[in-house]
Design a protein around this ligand. Structure first.
Ligand code: GLY
Length: 279
């Protein structure tokens, strides 16, 4: 399935669930606290805080740039300088139950991803999200992993590191790329450093505002902020192991290859890994 089709299916799905389709904001942020737009939620910060609720459901495909990812670009098959992030947002409207149900339905019914290949993580204390995944959706216990504030709070480690503003525990959906992509350890699962479990969709339950003191103050309304990496889901749908092999990058790689007059070479996962070597 082509990347353009995935983008359209996502926006159509959420429009049909009464979400306003909002265009991507500028990559150079209007927000004085940000240099670049790094997530779909950036342009909705005021709405998460309960200001300007002219609509309470939105979805977008946001152009993003994450300075924090730069050191990984070229070393992993999934990090980019520039990328597109699909997202659906609720501003005091639906919360965990619907956010999880929508994500699952979109993956398994619209994209028809095999549910056996999907794993999820929840924040370590978030029994509510655990129960929804387990009892309502039917994800078995062994495929639900509880992780800490670095992995399952958004922004990552916000309690300790900031930034101030809307934040909350999150739940991520992972795609199992199979043993050949992994480290081979018997306890390998989401949260492992290897490439087997590809994090594809982050569902953030934005229910706090981090204050200058570091305190997390409950927001008057509960919100949803999700981020689904377009290039990552395209790699899954196109059955390729590297984002750099998806349809939208092929012409760019071909042009660079022509200029460089060298064989195509997807980025290496790590040094000396044959899977990603040029041989
Ligand atoms: N704002 C959610 C994410 O970027 O993962």
């Amino acid at each position: 399935m082509k990347t353009d089709k995935i983008r359209k299916l996502f926006l159509d799905y959420f429009e049909n669930k009464s979400h306003k389709v909002v265009p991507s904001d500028s990559l150079v942020s209007h927000d004085p606290t940000l240099l670049f737009t790094s997530a779909g939620m950036n342009q909705f910060k005021d709405k998460f805080l309960g200001k300007d609720l002219t609509y309470t459901r939105a979805c977008s495909c946001q152009k993003c740039f994450r300075t924090g990812d730069l050191n990984n670009v070229g070393k992993t098959p999934r990090h980019h300088t520039f990328f597109e992030m699909l997202g659906n947002f609720s501003f005091g409207d639906y919360f965990k139950d619907d956010a999880i149900s929508f994500a699952w339905e979109f993956f398994t019914k619209i994209l028809k991803i095999d549910s056996n290949l999907l794993w999820v993580s929840v924040y370590k204390d978030d029994d509510e999200a655990y129960e929804i995944w387990n009892r309502k959706i039917g994800v078995p216990d062994e495929k639900i992993v509880r992780l800490g504030p670095k992995e399952n709070f958004w922004p990552s480690n916000v309690q300790k590191q900031g930034p101030n503003g809307p934040c909350g525990p999150c739940s991520e959906i992972f795609y199992d790329q199979g043993e050949k992509a992994g480290c081979g350890k018997p306890d390998c699962k989401p949260g492992c450093d290897c490439d087997r479990f590809l994090e594809i969709w982050n569902l953030v339950f934005t229910q706090y505002e981090r204050e200058e003191t570091g305190e997390l103050k409950p927001l008057p309304q509960k919100n949803i902020d999700t981020g689904l990496g377009l290039e990552r889901i395209a790699a899954v749908m196109q059955g390729v192991e590297s984002n750099f092999e998806i349809d939208i990058f092929k012409p760019i790689v071909a042009a660079i290859k022509k200029e460089a007059n060298s064989p195509a070479c997807p980025p290496r996962q790590r040094e000396n890994t044959e899977q990603y070597s040029c041989k």
